[in-house]
Write a protein of this length. Structure first.
Length: 233
């Protein structure tokens, strides 16, 4: 249940968010241009959000509210190829950083296993990834026991992180009377929970990996925008 300070679930792009994203989509068809009447980009974008939230098939889109499936699907593919959704995520994240600041000192990393009934790119067994190379600065990285491999630990340390690696479940833990650092890895578990509210992400129906990544980027845009909208000035 939403609290008084929370923003309602985003089903349609808010005006202030749209003002940021619209320039990424390119020029729309001008009124009076010969040919079929153009569908406004905002309706198409909202149609993609509808698929992301409900998990419905593209052909199940309510045509009267958004646009024909072929229009929304075709534009989605064009925007994916143009990198629009990745750019949107970077734009909104930068907006948050300027307004509130991202605390890079403490970071957490985790992964999820997602079913992909139709197969496609990057499916099948997936080993734990090495952490991406980061800018050198004093940073902490919290990982769970799934990353307890020599290659991962080596990759973390060579990037000058201070590693906080949870031991295997069977390993007895010694808890100090006063913890040196508060719990940090919960933020990544919370983020997984937020993404799980987008039904299209729960099962990967997209054969192309960049299509699935684009939907993750869009979900992340909506998540961070809710945080921006509810954050204290």
């Amino acid at each position: 249940m939403a609290t008084e300070t929370s923003l309602a679930t985003i089903w349609h792009t808010p005006d202030d968010l749209w003002s940021l994203l619209a320039p990424l989509l390119g020029p729309e068809k001008a009124p009076g241009t010969p040919g079929r009447p153009a569908v406004p980009y905002r309706r198409i974008f909202d149609g993609i959000i509808y698929v992301l939230r409900t998990g419905c098939q593209w052909r199940a889109l309510p045509r009267a509210e958004f646009a024909p499936k072929s229009t929304v699907w075709g534009r989605f593919q064009q925007w994916v190829e143009a990198g629009v959704f990745q750019q949107a995520w970077a734009l909104v994240l930068n907006y948050y950083d300027l307004e509130h600041g991202i605390v890079w000192k403490w970071q957490a990393r985790d992964g999820v296993i997602t079913k992909a009934p139709l197969g496609g790119e990057a499916t099948g067994p997936s080993p734990v990834e090495r952490p991406a190379r980061m800018v050198n600065r004093l940073q902490h990285l919290s990982l769970d026991a799934g990353y307890d491999y020599a290659e991962v630990v080596e990759g973390v340390l060579e990037r000058d992180y201070i590693l906080h690696l949870r031991p295997l479940a069977k390993t007895p833990l010694e808890v100090a009377p006063e913890k040196k650092h508060p719990a940090r890895r919960w933020v990544v578990e919370r983020t997984h929970a937020w993404h799980n509210k987008f039904r299209r992400l729960l099962v990967r129906w997209e054969r192309k990996l960049n299509h699935y990544y684009a939907l993750i980027d869009l979900a992340s845009v909506l998540i961070i925008w809710r945080i921006i909208s509810t954050a204290s000035p």
